[in-house]
Design a protein around this ligand. Structure first.
Ligand SMILES: *Cc1c(COP(=O)(O)O)cnc(C)c1O
Length: 372
């Protein structure tokens, strides 16, 4: 069994995709070709954003807005410690300092009530809190109604980390529409993935769109070899754009299938384990189906039993960011973010993709049922 099955999906789009790739091989515009512009306008209309700037990865999609806004030493950016390393790594890359705020145990997303405290801590360290990066973990949007109110009152601008949540929504707003800018990833394992690395930034701000396009290509000015600011090589390849254009055709159908898989898991596992509950008004993109065992020992038993039955499971995230060696310099220690630490000791994720059959779900759930 696969944790994420990309082959069944490939079989659905294979013919049309190979045709598109052949066109690119022939037209020769391998980087930032016409497919890239087509993709950007399709993605912008999908999310409802005015602008979409595609780029070379989700990490660069997070980094580029921070660079465009001129973040640097002395600035603090508040984020969650319960996420993939890239969310906070990009803050350090600009020279700014990540300041963490603990999560809500029911959604695994940043707790809006802890943000003001994090801003105070930043000021106590002599830093100037400038921005906030909420993460839509496992595909579920963060609590933007409350986050936006808190950010406004603290004078922070928001960068949504939508790397896992493309396709999700909160009432009538899709992921990619929250904050001043939003970043998503097209890494193959994400809900919308390409066949390599890719990402995109969304914004409604015309000036930021202009700056992002410059940062994406070495801070380019009006002329190709004039450079107005420090940037990166952050372009998207035409072939990756073509893969995404083909996958977008079946993406909404796949979201429905993911929802069906999640419901099938939850109806079988609710009451035995803590299953993910989606709050009213939210739609998850189900990047992961993550649940909680009652203890670390029970999680180990379940994961070992699954493995013996040939079923993969993964822990996202075993080491919270404040306890990662790379961030030792920030001065955090064990006990600083109790909710995050508790969750990282109990959480694990089951296979999740649109092509998981009810028979496979039955097998997975009965293996789990046999050992708890
Ligand atoms: C995957 C991911 C990223 C980084 O995306 P890449 O395309 O791998 O660079 C950033 N944040 C989160 C939450 C992610 O899951």
């Amino acid at each position: 069994m696969q944790f994420i099955d990309l082959i069944s999906q490939k079989n659905r789009i294979r013919t049309s995709l190979l045709h598109r790739i052949e066109e690119i091989v022939d037209h020769g515009q391998y980087i930032m070709g016409p497919e890239v512009g087509e993709l950007e306008s399709r993605l912008a209309s999908y999310t409802g954003s005015r602008f979409c700037v595609s780029c070379s990865s989700g990490t660069d999609a997070l980094l580029m807005p921070l660079m465009a806004k001129g973040l640097g030493p002395g600035d603090a950016v508040i984020t969650t410690p319960f996420t993939f390393i890239a969310t906070a790594e990009v803050i350090s890359l600009t020279g700014a300092t990540p300041v963490f705020a603990d999560i809500s145990p029911d959604t695994f997303n940043i707790d809006p009530d802890r943000i003001a405290d994090a801003a105070c801590q930043a000021r106590d360290k002599g830093l100037d809190p400038k921005a906030l990066i909420p993460v839509d973990l496992f595909g579920l949007p963060a609590d933007y109604d409350r986050i936006e109110a808190v950010a406004d009152s603290l004078g922070l601008w928001i960068l949504e980390d939508a790397a896992q949540s493309f396709g999700s929504s909160l009432r009538n707003r899709r992921a990619g529409r929250f904050g001043l800018a939003a970043a998503t990833s097209f890494f193959p394992a994400k809900p919308l993935g390409c066949y390599g690395d890719g990402g995109a930034v969304f914004t409604d701000d015309e000036e930021l769109d202009f700056l992002l396009r410059s940062v994406r290509v070495h801070g380019s000015g009006t002329d190709k070899y004039s450079n107005d600011r420090i940037g990166i090589n952050g372009r998207l390849d035409s072939i990756q754009a073509a893969v995404l254009l083909e996958k977008l055709q079946i993406f909404d159908e796949e979201l429905v299938s993911r929802q069906r898989v999640a419901e099938a898991y939850s109806s079988r596992l609710r009451g035995k384990l803590v299953v993910p509950e989606i709050p009213e008004g939210y739609v998850s993109a189900w990047a992961q189906y993550s649940l909680l065992a009652s203890s670390t020992a029970e999680r180990t038993t379940i994961m070992d039993t699954l493995q013996k039955a040939g079923i993969p499971s993964v822990i996202y995230y075993k080491i919270p960011l404040h306890l990662q060696k790379a961030f030792a310099g920030l001065g955090y220690g064990e006990g600083d973010f109790p909710v995050t630490e508790e969750m990282s000791g109990r959480i694990f994720s089951l296979p999740m993709h649109p092509y998981l059959s009810i028979e496979e779900i039955d097998t997975i759930c009965s293996v789990i049922g046999s050992c708890i």
